[in-house]
Design a protein around this ligand. Sequence first.
Ligand code: SAH
Length: 239
Amino acid sequence: MSESKVQTIFGDKGILLTDWQVEQFEKYYELLIKWNTKINLTAITEYEDVIWKHFFDSASIMFHVKHLSDCETIRLLDLGTGAGFPGMVLAILFPNWRITLVDSLQKRIDFLKIVVRELGLEHVELYHGRAEDYGRDGQFREQFDYVVSRAVAELPMLLEYCVPFVKMNGFFVSYKGRRYAEEMEQSRNSLSELGCSVETVEPYSLGDGEERFLLFIRKNESTKEKYPRKPGKIKKQPL
Ligand code: SAH
């Protein structure tokens, strides 16, 4: 059998996919294109572009996750997952993790339900709603080893959305573009109010050389009771 494109691209970067994972990525691509005509899911539709800009971009955290042991179940939450990026890709790559995807748009959650069913991803849980509400709910608050998020908000606001979900000493990993340094500068107060710090910034590049960055933000203190504030407040008065 000839190697599929997703297998070649991931393989060249050092990520070896099983045949089952390759099948899952191909099916995911098919569903994305099929449902994109009915629901707005992605502006990127060409196969190779989707592999690089959605699949590989989402997967880039793989090179930096610290504990990969099978002994404990790692819990990861993707906030504002949209069509499943990065969270659904990570669900394909980490079948032993417990993955939670949250989005405030019902139609996107409906699409993700189809993906979960068709790809047989039983370790994925989907929730429709806002970060500001789930972040106050004991079932979600401070329950996750990793919280990830891509293209949801500017860092000062994003921290207030995401950090409440992170366990003590766990990480919020923010997927950012070239403006990351400026956003970090604007986030000084937000980082300190939320008791966390940027531990490392990991650069990587996509197929066309486009530069991206993963910000690994460690939670050092339990989140104060008052955070996250109400949606309007977070936007109007970012920390
Ligand atoms: N992470 C995806 C989608 C980015 S679009 C990607 O990188 O492709 C931003 C998504 O975040 C949208 O689907 C929107 O519904 C969701 N979103 C924005 N603010 C949110 C909030 N406060 N709580 C939950 N979801 C939110």
